[in-house]
Ligand binder design. Structure first.
Ligand SMILES: [Fe+2]
Ligand SMILES: [Fe+2]
Length: 190
């Protein structure tokens, strides 16, 4: 169950559907960064006991990365440059310092990124069904996994401090709602 307070802007889907090759390259980088994020979370003392679970997520994200690379190759789309996402940068800018606070904020950011991916992959799966069934199936196949990552990261944060996580989650949901409304002309997932 996703908690977002703002819908994905209506101009996002047409922009993405018109630029699928660029979006697939962006998606490859997104999966690469998701694998890196899972590994980066292992630096926090409060998450040492989650190291195997985080490794499993990193492996899964690396498999997603490979699946996108296979799709790029099959479609003759060259792997290219990553573009920074203003939405992700905006979320990450609000991560506080200090072991415990940083771990909770970082987990919430990762959770919201996974949650938005889950939501957007679902939108792509249903809108691509009649246009590009291979890609529709591909996106549909990722929805459950990204949804699980969203829930896992949120549970990990609550496991550190539930009250603090709920307060910060509310802050981040407002921030997400504000940031997602800001126009981004680049054909990107986030
Ligand atoms: Fe993924
Ligand atoms: Fe994920």
């Amino acid at each position: 169950m996703l908690l977002f307070r703002e819908k994905v802007p209506t101009d996002w889907l047409p922009k993405v559907l018109e630029n699928l090759p660029a979006v697939l390259v962006d998606h490859a980088h997104l999966e690469r960064k998701a694998a890196t994020s899972a590994l980066n979370l292992e630096k926090y003392r409060d998450l040492y006991h989650c190291v195997e679970q985080l490794n499993a997520i990193a492996i899964e994200e690396l498999q997603h990365f490979q699946l996108v690379l296979d799709l790029l190759k099959k479609r003759g789309i060259p792997f290219g440059q990553p573009y920074p996402s203003p939405w992700i940068a905006g979320l990450m800018k609000s991560v506080r310092s200090g072991q415990r606070h940083q771990a909770i904020d970082h987990l919430i950011c990762c959770s919201l990124i996974e949650g938005r991916s889950c939501e957007k992959f679902q939108m792509l799966a249903s809108h691509l069904k009649d246009v590009d069934s291979e890609l529709a199936k591909f996106y549909g196949g990722l929805v459950e996994s990204e949804g699980n990552h969203y829930a896992t990261y949120l549970l990990m944060a609550k496991g550190i401090d539930e009250k603090e996580t709920n307060a910060r989650l509310s802050y981040y949901l407002d921030l997400d709602a504000k940031l997602i409304r800001e126009p981004n002309p680049l054909p990107m997932l986030h």
